[in-house]
Design a protein around this ligand. Sequence first.
Ligand code: NI
Length: 277
Amino acid sequence: MTKLLTAEQVARYRNDGFHFPVGVLSAAEARSYRNRLEEQERALGGPLSGNMRHKVHLLFTWANELARHPTILDAVEDVIGPDILCWSTTFFTKEARSPSFVSWHQDATYWGLSTDDVITAWVAFADAPVESGAMKFWPGSHLKKQIEHRDTFDMDNLLTRGQEIAVDVPAGEGVDVALKAGEMSLHHVLLAHGSGPNTTGDRRIGYAIRYIPPHVRQLKVRDSAMLVRGHDRHGNFDLEPGPRADLDAAALAAHRDAVERSAKALYAGTDRTQFRA
Ligand code: NI
């Protein structure tokens, strides 16, 4: 028995490497999450950047609440099983009429995780039509296993290293992932995906939540993650505490510790120790 997805949708996920759209929030709920993010941005004087774009669920109660949203977890459980760790969260925001883009890449490339049993839930905080620089997926590319990548460190590229796959995606093979505010897409950690610039007059705001089953191991560093459903019988990750209040001292300390570990893993082999702006 599946919890949310149909058996056919799960089978298609295994075959294509993705599934969308899944309705998670009503339009009004999505608006209220967006408002909470934008209140923080106003207080901080700009969009979340650098280390603050990552592991956001350790900083803000609303981001933690969303990482534990039962609808998201039901869909994730249908793919990876009932024991679920939230490994990371990241905002991928493209301002109105901005050149920011994401090159074609596979998420798994620098993450250091031992298996490809890793799923991303990408939740739209605002409508994400194709023209806003919606994601594009290359169906079935997760079955090609790891493809070689090169680092570009392009400043308009939202990825940690500006990494891109060293092969061309055949023309016409990308599937546009247009989403309405409150919908999510799900994708496999080896699925090649990318996205173009935002040519619309509104922001495109995506909250990417990465989930793993507890048997997965981090091969590069002693890493941390948050148990969001079921049990952890493996102890491969130090378990992270959720924030009690937005940006309180305990939340900031837990976030600093967790992000230092991720930066070490993701930037291994480079001279970087912090996430880029
Ligand atoms: Ni990605």
